[in-house]
Structure formats: C-alpha cells, structure tokens
Design a protein. Structure first.
Length: 84
C-alpha cells in the first residue's frame, strides 16, 4: 500500500512539473509577444496577423545565432527565439 501511494505521489508530481513547465512556456510567449509588439508594432502584425501568443504555440529555446556572410565580412549576431 505504501509503495502504491509513493507511485501515485510520484506520478502526481511529474504531472505538476509538466503543467508548470507548460505554463512557464506560455507566459514566456506572452511576454515576448508584448515586447515585440512594443518594438515592432505594425510590422509584427504584418508578419503574424493572428499574433504570437496562440494556444498551440510553445516556447522551445532562446539564444544567440551567428549569421555567416560572404567571405571576409564580419559575422552578425542576432538574438533568436524558437517556437513549435
């Protein structure tokens, strides 16, 4: 009975962790949407008329990307966000 209760608690904690991670992802998408809306305004609406924060959209990763250019030209670094 104790082992079964521990298994149930472990499953419950795993579900809560997954739910919290999903909520954090959605919050991050909403925050990015707000920031991009302030920074880009109508240009963002032209590219994403339905908006960035949608129920199915999940934030995956954020980081720096070095853009390679023609030989001898300096690399350009950009901040990028990856969504599903």
């Amino acid at each position: 009975a104790v082992a079964q209760a521990l298994g149930f608690c472990s499953d419950l904690v795993a579900q809560l962790d997954a739910s919290l991670a999903e909520q954090a992802s959605r919050l991050h998408v909403a925050e990015l949407h707000g920031q991009l809306s302030r920074d880009l305004g109508t240009r963002l609406r032209a590219v994403l008329p339905e908006g960035l924060a949608l129920p199915h959209r999940r934030f995956l990763r954020e980081g720096q990307l070095a853009l390679a250019s023609d030989a001898g030209a300096p690399r350009e670094n950009r901040a990028v966000c990856l969504f599903n």
